[in-house]
Every structure is written in structure tokens, then in C-alpha cells.
Design a protein around this ligand. Structure first.
Ligand code: NAD
Length: 488
């Protein structure tokens, strides 16, 4: 294993990894550092449809050997990837902080989590999953087994680029599939660093392939290619719907993990300090650029004012600065589109009559610091019909809604097209249990931030947030065998 910190993890230009080798591309792009636009992370190569086809064909050719090989081999490879990621988490964390703008502690936590996820799937590769069924006939046995699918296309977003990639690649490989991985265009260095670690894990050529480039060229080609048996997608609901339409037209298997408009309910009986801390962390950590971030803070009338005052006071103490600086609480937004989108939402909120209580400006870092996409975290008080209370914000921007009582709070929590996660703060066991049962989403937290979810527990979502299974049912096909022994 390469643990020598003097050997760079990746070097610019970041290249594709196809059929066991590093390849240049049709065109190149530049990966920017959102904390410092004058210090780019490096150049990367972009594939066209033809090069994407080459990767898919390599994965298809590798499938037989990989899927029929031993589960121990798969477990060992995944374990090696996890070990190297954990050993090099500082390097990975710094790279992630530079490329996405997460603060160094946030980035280190993600690099660690990504390594742990690969270790988790190393163990999953050896899990005994076959079932024996009871036959209605004498002398017949029924065995239900799961078989790998073939080539899986993995299309990922720029947010949490290591952890999301780890969860998808780990699951695909553990279940015996081959992978064509297409990261978002703004995170090529993170993707190439991950690929460089995978390249040292002893996988046969073609089992894992990294292809970088645009969604319209590379992503769309993966979705449409007849050799891609399944597509695992994480990103926006708009792109997910497009991927689904293309893949469904050729009956490929699809799993979509998409956006959210996650509610965080604070009842009058909650520990108010704890609720404010959980709201702050759930709405603003990683600059709110997490699918599990809470962007609707639904607060019972009796504690509305003290909650809002305390949250505002906490926000004013946060330092928004370069992701690698020691004292930074909130790094920059990840890219120019994100900055524009957040500034747009501030304008929309104000035009619709929501009250901007705090922040919402682009921060100019004139003296001593760097040029970057710095945005002051924003807090609105709004109404449920406001667009900022209905659309995914994906930034350090939250809107507080007033609830008359618990029933009203639950109604507001469910009044959304999305259903990814939800949280509630209360001391009432019965309310917490009622909320857990009746809130319409895939992940619920009680007296915890909405972001406090763990990698080994099932994920998922409902409504516009998710489509398809996320467990072994997605990564494998069931085969039921009827076996007659031939003698009575
Ligand atoms: P996006 O939808 O813009 O892009 C996601 C991926 O799809 C990228 O790799 C992109 O290049 C690719 N793509 C774009 N057009 C395509 C096409 N026509 N065909 C195939 N692929 C195409 O999303 P993003 O801006 O990268 O990420 C932010 C979004 O991701 C947010 O909506 C966020 O909620 C969501 N997200 C969800 C989860 C979850 O677990 N549910 C986790 C993280 C992020």
C-alpha cells in the first residue's frame, strides 16, 4: 500500500482511468478552488461519447472474471481501498477542502467516512445472503440466490464527492459488478485521487473505470448505452428524471438519490439550546450543501422568538473564510453556479415578502484573504407558500416557519414535493413517536440534526427525493432454483 506522504496522490492533469490505464481525453478543463480562484486545483481531461463507450466495453469485458471470481478477492480489494483511504485521509481531506470548499474538519470527516464505507463493503462482499425456500413438492429444494448485474454506471454529484462515490462503488464491486464512474465536472481531482487508490487495490483491468466530462456527453451516454445494466445516480431531481427517462426506455435498472426540502421541527417543549445547536449544524454545516441539510425550520409559536433570536446570535459568530484556515466555520460555496443560485434565492425571498433576518450577501474578501465564492449564511422568516420554503436551496440558507401547534408543524413538514429526511426536537416521547411514524420521508432524526445519519444504516427517500431500491435488491438480480435430487 502506498502510504508515503511524499508520493503525491494525484497530479494535474487529472486523467481518466480506463481498462487499467490512465488516459488523456478529447478536451481539457480546469478545476477551481472555490476558496481561492487564483490557486486552481489543476487541469482535468474530458471524455467524449466514444471514449465513454471504450470504458463501458472494458467494464463489460471484465465482468465474467470479476463476477465469477471469489468473494474473498472482492473483499480484499475493497479492504485495501478502505485502508489506503484511511491512511491518507489527511491528503484526501485537504484535496477535498480545496476542491469543494468544505472546511478542513468537515473534509477530513468525509475522507474518513469514505474509507470506512469501503471497509464496510469489504465485509458485505462476504455476507451469506442465499435463502433456502420450502418446496410444495417432495424431493425438490428451492434456493434463492442473488447474481451480479454486469456493468453499473455511477453518476455522482459534486457534493460529498468521496463519500457518495465510496457508497456506490463499494456496493457495486462488493456485489460482483463492474463500474463506470462519472463524477461531477467540478470535482475531477477528488475522483482521480479515489481512482488512484482503487488502481492499487489489485482489481483486474476494466473492473473499475473513471470517465470524466460533461453530463450531456458522458452521463447521457452511460444512461443510454445498451451494455450498462444499471445506473446509480445521485444529483438533482431534474437530472435524475432525465436519466430515468433515457434508461427506462431501454429497460435498464435505475436508482436515483435526489434533492430534498428537509423540515426541522422545534416544539415548545424542546431543550431550546439543543434545538438551536441542531438547527445550526443541520442547516449550515458544509455550507448547507448536503442533501440532508434542513432548510425549513418549523418552530412552534410559543418558542418562535427565542429560537430565532438565539439562532441569529449563533450565525453572527460564524467565521466564513478559506476552507483550509484553522478558525473557519463555513467555507465558500462550491462553485460559481452555487453562488449565483444562493444569491438568486435571497432576491426571490425578498421579492416575495419573506423577511431577511441575517446574511445573504456575497462576501468580498478584499484585504489579506483570497478571491472566492464566499456567501454570508442567510436566515429568513417566511410563509409556507414562498418559493424559498418550497424549492431546494442547497446552500447556507434557511427559512423559519411559524407553527400553531404540533399538528400544524407536522402538516407543514409534509407539505413538500420532496421526502428525503426530517427532524424534530421535543421532550415528548409520544410526539416524537407520532412524528417518526407520520412524517413522509426516508430518514428521521429526533433531537439530532437532520444531517446526523450514518453510512451503515439504510438510506433512501420518498416522493421527488428518491427512486428505486438502495440495497442488495438494486445491485443484484434474484435467481430462484428448483432442484430435484433425482432420488426419493
Ligand atoms: P446535477 O443533477 O447537476 O448533476 C449530477 C450528475 O449528473 C453530475 O455528474 C452531472 O454531470 C450529471 N449529469 C448532468 N446532466 C446529465 C444528463 N443529461 N445525463 C446524465 N448525467 C447527467 O447535481 P449536482 O449539482 O452535481 O448536485 C447537487 C444535487 O445533488 C442537489 O440537488 C442535491 O440535493 C443532490 N444530492 C442528493 C444526495 C442524496 O443522497 N439524495 C446527496 C448529495 C447530493
Amino acid at each position: 500500500m502506498n502510504r508515503d506522504p511524499l508520493v503525491p496522490l494525484v497530479a494535474s492533469p487529472f486523467r481518466h482511468y480506463i481498462n487499467g490505464g490512465w488516459e488523456t481525453g478529447a478536451t481539457t478543463g480546469v478545476s477551481l478552488n472555490p476558496s481561492d480562484l487564483d490557486e486552481p486545483v489543476g487541469e482535468y481531461v474530458r471524455a467524449d461519447a466514444r471514449q465513454t463507450d471504450t470504458a463501458i466495453e472494458a467494464a463489460s469485458a471484465a465482468f465474467r472474471e470479476w463476477s465469477l471470481g471469489s468473494a474473498q478477492r472482492r473483499a480484499d480489494a475493497l479492504d485495501a481501498i478502505g485502508s489506503e483511504m484511511l491512511a491518507r485521509r489527511d491528503e484526501l481531506g485537504r484535496l477535498l477542502a480545496r476542491e469543494v470548499g468544505q472546511t478542513l474538519p468537515e473534509a477530513l470527516a468525509e475522507a474518513t467516512r469514505a474509507g470506512q464505507i469501503f471497509k464496510f463493503f469489504a465485509a458485505e462482499a462476504l455476507r451469506v445472503s442465499a435463502e433456502s425456500g420450502v418446496s410444495a413438492r417432495t424431493g425438490v429444494e428451492i434456493d434463492v440466490t442473488r447474481e451480479p448485474l454486469g456493468v453499473v454506471g455511477i453518476i455522482a454529484p459534486w457534493s460529498a464527492p468521496l463519500a457518495i462515490a465510496a457508497a456506490k462503488i463499494g456496493a457495486a464491486l462488493a456485489h460482483g459488478n463492474c463500474v463506470v464512474f462519472k463524477p461531477a465536472e467540478s470535482v475531477p481531482a477528488c475522483a482521480a485521487a479515489l481512482a488512484s487508490i482503487v488502481s492499487r487495490a489489485g482489481l483486474p483491468a476494466g473492473v473499475f473505470n473513471l470517465v470524466m466530462g460533461s453530463g450531456r456527453q458522458v452521463g447521457a451516454r452511460i444512461a443510454a448505452h445498451p451494455l450498462v445494466a444499471a445506473i446509480s445516480f445521485t444529483g438533482s431531481a431534474e437530472t435524475g428524471t432525465r436519466v430515468l427517462q433515457v434508461a427506462a426506455a431501454r429497460q435498464a435498472r435505475v436508482q436515483l438519490e435526489m434533492g430534498g426540502k428537509n423540515p426541522f421541527v422545534v416544539l415548545a417543549d424542546a431543550d431550546l439550546d439543543g434545538a438551536v445547536d441542531a438547527a445550526l449544524s443541520g442547516a449550515y454545516s458544509c455550507a448547507g450543501q448536503r442533501s440532508t441539510a434542513a432548510s425549513r425550520l418549523i418552530v412552534e409559536r410559543a418558542v418562535f422568538e427565542p429560537f430565532v433570536d438565539a439562532l441569529q446570535t449563533m450565525l453572527a459568530k460564524l467565521s466564513v473564510d478559506h476552507a483550509l484556515k484553522h478558525a473557519t466555520d463555513i467555507g465558500p460555496l462550491a462553485n460559481a453556479a452555487q453562488l449565483e443560485r444562493n444569491l438568486d434565492h435571497v432576491r426571490i425571498g425578498q421579492q416575495e415578502g419573506a423577511e431577511l433576518l441575517y446574511g445573504g450577501r456575497q462576501l468580498e474578501r478584499a484585504e489579506r484573504t483570497t478571491r472566492g465564492y464566499f456567501f454570508e449564511p442567510a436566515l429568513f422568516v417566511g410563509e409556507p407558500e414562498h418559493r424559498i420554503a418550497r424549492e431546494e436551496l442547497f446552500g447556507p440558507l434557511a427559512v423559519v416557519l411559524n407553527a400553531d401547534d404540533y399538528d400544524h408543524a407536522l402538516h407543514l413538514a409534509n407539505d413538500t414535493a420532496y421526502g428525503l429526511c426530517a427532524g424534530i426536537c421535543t421532550r415528548s416521547l409520544s410526539r416524537a413517536r407520532h412524528f417518526r411514524r407520520h412524517v413522509q420521508c426516508g430518514l428521521v432524526t429526533i433531537n439530532l440534526p437532520t444531517t446526523a445519519v450514518e453510512y451503515h444504516a439504510p438510506g433512501g427517500g420518498r416522493k421527488a427525493s428518491a427512486y428505486g431500491a438502495t440495497d442488495a435488491a438494486f445491485w443484484t438480480a434474484v435467481k430462484t432454483a428448483y432442484v430435484a435430487s433425482g432420488w426419493p
